[in-house]
Design a protein around this ligand. Structure first.
Ligand code: ZN
Length: 106
């Protein structure tokens, strides 16, 4: 399952950064009414009242992708509402990512 991780984008490996970026575009599209299929997706509902945070997260993703030399050609508007998450969410996602990155062959 793909999600918007509760960790700084600098802590995501290539697969998770690119996966999260694609997911974010889908969620924004769903929130704007473009993708009906995604409308009831848990991650869509999670950001229902804070789409501005998704725009902020996207700006972070795009900057990180550019920094690593990945291709990015899907600009969105920016936002001044930082993506926020609790310490518990951060710890949970850190653990989940560590597990995934350890179990994946190089
Ligand atoms: Zn993009």
């Amino acid at each position: 399952m793909v999600r918007i991780w509760a960790v700084p984008v600098s802590e995501l490996d290539r697969q998770h950064l690119l996966g999260e970026h694609a997911e974010l575009h889908c969620i924004i599209g769903a929130l704007l009414g473009k993708y009906k299929a995604y409308r009831k997706h848990p991650e869509t509902l999670r950001f229902e009242d804070r789409i501005a945070q998704l725009y902020y997260r996207h700006a972070d993703q795009a900057a990180e992708m550019q920094k690593r030399g990945y291709h990015h050609n899907s600009p969105l508007s920016n936002s001044n509402q930082p993506y926020s998450y609790s310490k518990e969410e951060y710890c949970r996602d850190r653990q989940e990512l560590a597990k995934r990155q350890r179990s994946r062959p190089l």
